[in-house]
Ligand binder design. Structure first.
Ligand SMILES: [Zn+2]
Ligand SMILES: [Zn+2]
Length: 227
């Protein structure tokens, strides 16, 4: 499923309850996260022409967010950016404990390939289409980051806060359930950084777009706490 203009110039691609995004700027694209190993056709549908993609930026290294990363890198020569602390996950991607949630999106499927070469994300604004600002949001993983696109009034938060927990199928703003999150207390603290963007639209790794503001989604997730 592709939701065009989830935010201005930002398209949401959803495969098996997992989101990744294409951000358009002057006819060029930055892809945020890389879906599942089955997500290649969805990416092609979303961008039309694959040679317009300049960069892949990853919120974190979990297998459901790097599914076609290695294919994008090796076939298309697209540079892949990830935070230093999540590099180990990209070198050895594995399903989280082999769990199967009620949504069954974790049913065995082709494995995500290790990413052959990555670039370390730096703080500040990235020189890729859309000029995202890197917001450190550790907790779900040690090197989790969010990407703020100030001129789109949108922040792409990966699994720092989600609208659907892929393991429990619970809906609404929340951090991902305890066992799939490395450090839940730290994940709750990282909500402050998301709130501080003041973005109107929050686009998460799982579930629909949230359009009531970054402050409100952070508050709701904090209230819900660790599940
Ligand atoms: Zn994750
Ligand atoms: Zn995820």
């Amino acid at each position: 499923m592709i939701e065009r203009e989830a935010a201005p110039g930002i398209h949401r691609i959803e495969d098996r309850n997992t989101n990744f995004y294409v951000v358009e700027a002057d006819g060029r694209y930055t892809v945020v996260d890389a879906g599942l190993p089955i997500s290649w056709p969805s990416l092609k549908r979303a961008v039309g022409s694959l040679d317009r993609i300049d960069a892949l930026v990853l919120t974190h290294g979990h297998f459901d967010h790097i599914g076609i990363a290695e294919k994008m890198r090796s076939r298309l020569g697209i540079p892949v950016y990830v935070h230093e602390d999540d590099v180990p996950l990209t070198e050895d991607p594995k399903p989280l404990g082999g769990r199967r949630g009620p949504l069954r999106y974790l049913v065995p499927q082709r494995k995500a390939l290790p990413i052959g070469e990555v670039h370390r994300l730096t703080d500040g604004t990235l020189d890729v289409p859309g000029s995202p600002r890197v917001i450190p949001t550790p907790g779900h993983t040690a090197g989790h980051v969010a990407f703020h696109f100030p001129d789109r009034d949108a922040v792409l938060v990966g699994d720092a806060v989600v609208m659907l927990d892929p393991f429990t199928a619970a809906r609404g703003p929340q951090i991902v359930s305890g066992s799939a999150t490395a450090d839940p207390e730290r994940a709750l603290e990282s909500l402050d950084g998301i709130a501080a963007t003041g973005a109107g639209t929050v686009l998460t790794g799982h579930g629909p777009a949230w359009r009531d503001g970054a402050g409100a989604i952070a508050e709701r997730a904090r209230e819900r706490g660790v599940t």
